[in-house]
Design a protein around this ligand. Structure first.
Ligand code: ATP
Ligand code: MG
Length: 315
């Protein structure tokens, strides 16, 4: 990543809960003004990692630093956070709930109220301002809480499952908000189960599986872990060309699908043509982040099961 400043970093974070290891050595590096996605199956340890990064819980071992500090509590005013468990005071009008978050993050209350109104107005929700939180829908309240993560103009925003519970339109608005923040120099870290959000937004992703970092890097690097998929339709139903298809090739509705062989497309194409296949259509698709995620998380789970199977029985 060259000379690019680092906004957040974790080294070998470990967390034990009651003797059970929830996080088992997670490391990550987040460049300034980047968007980083934390992906992983349920229970993988995403929320626990984010809480350790933010100093909400202490790691059992390992180190982390945020914006160059290793005591995140001292820089709370520079950080915006959407926790996994949402919560605003139900009786507070939306504008007050927002102003309250800003005040907690160090804004003078009058300035915080002013910004709260500006934020509601600019996001098209001025009409919510006076409504008590309990009269808003779940997604509306979450939108208010999301605005609360930026009211104090933080340098780093950490969002735990920010898209969960939002409709398609509000998910799109949130994607735009995240992009705008990063374009303004803010570093964004978010966890998600919906890989498509990460694929569209993230410069880097971290895949956590079974408490360990199974992958950290650019989205394209994760996708490159899988071989491209060949789709081919032929005029001939059978012939010598069939020998050119890998054993794993599957015929789906008349179309052959298989992983691109390691020696690339040219020998394959030549064998199909020479063998008289009569190619009607042929495409080579790079698998998306979704498939890469399933493969990487699946491998990690399989490895873990391998470790969990002791040889004692065999002995
Ligand atoms: N306070 C706690 N006490 C005991 N165990 C906990 C605690 N918090 C989390 N765990 C355990 O740690 C593991 C990781 O949980 P965590 O909430 O970090 O997962 P996650 O990746 O955020 O999952 P999800 O996608 O469901 O939100 C789980 O096995 C969970 O049961
Ligand atoms: Mg979680």
């Amino acid at each position: 990543m060259g000379e690019r400043p680092i906004a957040a970093e974790a080294r070998d974070l470990v967390k034990d809960f009651d003797g059970k290891r929830a996080v088992d050595g997670v490391s990550l590096t987040v460049p300034e003004a980047s968007i980083t996605g934390i992906l992983g199956p349920n229970g993988a340890g995403k929320t626990t990692c984010l809480r350790m990064m933010l100093g909400i819980i202490d790691p059992s071992s390992g180190t982390r630093s945020l914006l160059g500090h290793d005591r995140p509590i001292e820089i709370a005013h520079l950080i915006g956070y959407l926790p996994e468990e949402r919560g605003l005071y139900p009786a507070m009008p939306a504008v007050e709930a927002l102003a309250f978050i800003g005040a907690l993050r160090g804004l003078p209350i009058r300035e915080s109220r002013r910004r709260a109104l500006v934020l509601l107005r600019s996001s098209g929700h001025e009409d919510w301002a006076k409504r008590p939180i309990r009269t808003l829908s779940k997604g509306m309240a979450q939108t208010v809480q999301l605005l609360g993560t930026i009211i104090h103009e933080p340098k780093l925003i950490v969002l735990d499952e920010p898209f969960a519970g939002l409709d398609a339109i509000n998910q799109q608005k949130l994607e735009q908000l995240i992009r705008d923040q990063a374009a303004a120099g803010v570093t964004v870290i978010f966890s998600t189960h919906v890989i498509a959000h990460a694929e569209r937004l993230c410069e880097r992703v971290v895949i956590i599986a079974e408490g360990k970092s199974a992958f950290e890097g650019a989205v394209d690097e994760a996708r490159a872990r899988l071989r491209p998929i060949v789709h081919v339709r032929t005029r001939a139903e059978d012939g010598p060309w069939r020998a050119a298809l890998p054993a794993s090739a599957a015929n789906v509705g008349g179309e052959w699908r298989f992983e691109l062989p390691a020696d690339g497309p040219e020998p394959l194409l030549k064998a199909l043509i020479d063998g008289g296949a009569g190619i009607e259509t042929l495409s080579i698709e790079r698998p998306g982040l979704h498939d890469a995620f399933i493969a990487i998380a699946g491998e990690a789970a399989a490895r873990e099961m391998g470790h969990a199977a002791p040889t004692e029985e065999a002995a």
